[in-house]
Design a protein around this ligand. Structure first.
Ligand SMILES: [Zn+2]
Length: 272
């Protein structure tokens, strides 16, 4: 039994290596940071450490190529439209007209999403809970909750700025009018990249504040997996995490440009 699971683990590490090699020539997304993250995401599912991955913002030809390649080697992969429930936790305090406007805009579909998993059961889970991304993708509950809250606060600020008027809310959303609220994730993204360069979600404030958090544990688990599968990708992700932080704290655009160029060249080495 123990030997059986050991063989299984070895096979899954081999499977992940195989996938990483096969997909080297495929352009996932623009930019070293997001592209490296997408490869990490695929690796966790290929090794069966995580059941489901989601890929967004692919250019059409690359998406089709990746989908065909993954299906050929036994993955379940399909393209779906990405939808959000369009609900917020404050819906009860808004008028039905405002709720209707929010639902229409927030659930709008502007992404082609490629879902990747290992079994038809997981495919069914995706179909049943397609708007519940965080849980499907194995993100910590605290971070999913924090993300939802930050999003709801952002929406609440728009409704406040519109004095609760549905037409004004619609105008704000349509024209993407600034309402004096900072983008909720702005600071958490580079902080997550530096502290937890092997996770694929944005860590919540609580996870960023303590070393013994769900994000920290996930980071350790994925880090040891990537180290086993692809030592070069492991080093690249570590270096990119550090670069992301330096870009965030750089004081001039010139300095940022140099750091971005360095990140790109670090990343290209991993794909060579
Ligand atoms: Zn968290």
């Amino acid at each position: 039994m123990i030997l059986g699971s050991l063989v299984r683990v070895m096979l899954d590490i081999e499977r992940a290596r195989h996938v990483i090699t096969l997909t080297k020539g495929i352009h996932f997304t623009d930019g070293a940071f997001t592209d490296a993250r997408e490869r990490l995401s695929l690796l966790t599912v290929a090794s069966r450490v995580r059941p489901i991955a989601l890929f967004l913002d692919f250019e059409k030809a690359g998406l089709q190529r990746l989908k065909d390649l993954l299906i050929n080697i036994g993955f379940v992969a399909f393209v779906g439209k990405l939808r959000s429930s369009g609900r917020t936790s404050s819906d009860d305090s808004y008028t039905p007209e405002v709720v209707a406007v929010l639902k229409r805009y927030l659930s709008e579909d502007d992404h082609r999403a490629l879902w990747v998993c290992n079994s038809s059961e997981d495919r069914q889970r995706i179909r049943n809970r397609a708007t519940d991304f965080g849980a499907l993708l194995g993100y910590p509950e605290c971070c999913v909750h924090w993300d939802q809250q930050a999003h709801d606060e952002f929406v609440a600020a728009i409704v406040r700025a519109s004095h609760g008027d549905a037409h004004e809310v619609e105008r704000h959303l349509k024209q993407n009018i600034q309402v004096g609220v900072t983008v909720p994730h702005e600071d958490n993204v580079p902080r997550t990249e530096r502290l937890y360069p092997f996770v694929m979600h944005i860590a919540c404030d609580s996870c960023l504040g303590t070393g013994d958090s769900p994000s920290s544990l996930l980071n350790q688990q994925y880090q040891s997996l990537v180290r086993d599968v692809d030592a070069l990708l492991h080093d690249v992700l570590l270096q990119l995490g550090e670069k992301a932080w330096r870009i965030h704290t750089a004081t001039s655009q010139d300095e940022k440009d140099i750091l971005f160029a360095e990140a790109e060249s670090i990343y290209l080495r991993a794909l060579a």
